[in-house]
Design a protein around this ligand. Structure first.
Ligand code: SUG
Length: 415
């Protein structure tokens, strides 16, 4: 049976605030703050536990080897000798944002009936551009079953940021769906990280039967929506989006209604929730999920509850007859301060759970074991001036190895 499985990126021991992502306003605003890697990773574990309690199937992706010594070697240097900006780029815990790991086209959508995954090249941001080799190694392990086809990255210079710019709408998880690829165009104050050419290449490689290519609005990118999943999210027949998310929404909505009769478009008007409030609160960076009861729930960051315009809109929607029936609030403040909400932290895969390497699936018992490793080995805090400290780096490397050993995913230790 095809079900949705959310793979959350475990927040790595090097989580810190280096302010590396131009156009991601939270990350640049919080540059230089002291981070709390242990608390951050435990917030991530608590979010996974809450999703399991809702009856959802949960998986994990793993922290990458940080600092990335292979990447530094390819630049002709090593961690001790590298300039501070290269140290920060090599050390980032950014693989935690699993929505940027890959684009996933579930089996019912593709010509060959396999679930296709393309690892994201993330070429726009230097600190993320070296994630893909280790992500690819993880995907090849987790999805080794012939039910899946795992693809290498779209070649540079076509920027691809994975599922953060991809939405799937379908009558049910196992029905053929329409896949919406959202791209940006250069010219504004911030980079447009998803290129149309990359989206089109992925749709071809995956053999997607029904694909729509939709341009993100320039206002949204300029207001800090560096990925589409900051202003829109979809699940089943429902598209939940801000009024200013798309450049040409009338045509998009017409095409979507034609491709999926019965689609429900829930738009939040700018007059009720400004783009600024939507982006600051991460209202749309929520997990919109179908519960075992068939009802839809929205798993939101605490910041959405703390933003009056957003919370008022949500209360009115739930009290009315809208498709979102339940709100669940999670605290992922450490990740949020780097611009990563609940939806950024997970990669959605629609598949049959028995086809997945079980080492990448978790229940409460396995989460207890993961939490124990985090509590023992993750640094409590990282201040920016510490990132050159060899003792901190040794601790970060040991912490990841202990986690992989405990999970018995040792293939990745010396990648
Ligand atoms: O790529 N932040 C990430 C946040 C990614 C959020 N993902 C989704 N929207 N799906 C980014 O901008 C900040 C890291 C730093 O500055 O150290 C960072 O990479």
């Amino acid at each position: 049976m095809q079900t949705e499985i959310n793979f959350d990126g475990i927040i790595g021991p090097s989580h810190n605030y280096a302010g590396l992502s131009h156009g991601n306003l939270a990350a640049t605003r919080n540059r230089g703050l002291v981070s709390r890697p242990r608390a951050a990773a435990l917030e991530g574990v608590a979010k996974m536990r809450a999703n399991i309690a809702l009856g959802l199937i949960q998986g994990v992706l793993l922290p990458h080897a940080r600092p990335d010594r292979h990447w530094l070697a390819s630049l002709g240097t090593n961690y001790a000798d590298a300039a501070p900006h290269l140290q920060a780029q090599a050390l980032s815990a950014s693989p935690m944002w699993a929505a940027n790991a890959a684009t996933v086209s579930p089996a019912p959508d593709t010509e060959d009936g396999r679930c296709h995954l393309t690892v994201a090249n993330l070429v726009t941001m230097p600190h993320r551009s070296h994630e893909w080799p280790e992500t690819l190694a993880q995907l090849r392990l987790a999805f080794a079953n012939p039910a899946f086809a795992v693809h290498g990255p779209v070649p540079a210079p076509f920027g691809d940021e994975g599922a953060a710019n991809h939405m799937r709408l379908a009558a049910s998880h196992d029905a053929p769906g329409v896949e919406v690829f959202v791209y940006g165009e250069a010219g504004g104050p911030f980079p447009a990280r998803q290129h149309r050419e990359a989206s089109a290449a992925i749709a071809r490689v995956h053999g997607v039967k029904q694909a729509l290519f939709v341009r993100q609005s320039d206002e949204a990118i300029a207001a800090g929506a560096f990925h589409n999943d900051v202003v829109a999210v979809a699940n089943g027949r429902v598209l939940f989006a801000h009024e200013q998310a798309f450049a040409d929404k009338e045509n998009f909505f017409t095409d979507l209604r034609a491709a999926l009769p019965g689609v429900e478009i829930v738009e939040v008007p700018a007059a009720q929730v400004s783009l600024e409030d939507a982006i600051r609160s991460y209202l749309f960076n929520a997990q919109l999920v179908t519960l075992p009861s068939g009802e839809m729930a929205l798993i939101l960051p605490a910041e959405a509850r703390d933003t009056p315009s957003v919370w008022n809109w949500l209360q009115a929607h739930v009290a009315g007859n809208g498709p979102i029936r339940r709100l669940a609030v999670v605290d992922v403040r450490q990740s949020m301060a780097n611009g990563g909400g609940p939806a950024c932290l997970r990669l959605r895969v629609v598949a049959d759970a028995v086809t997945i390497d079980p080492r990448f699936l978790v229940d409460d018992t396995r989460l207890d074991a993961i939490a124990a490793v985090i509590e023992t080995y993750w640094p409590e805090t990282i201040a920016q001036e510490q990132i050159g400290d060899p003792a901190l780096i040794a601790r970060i490397e040991t912490a990841r190895e202990k986690l992989l050993e405990m999970l018995r995913i040792v293939e990745l230790i010396d990648r």
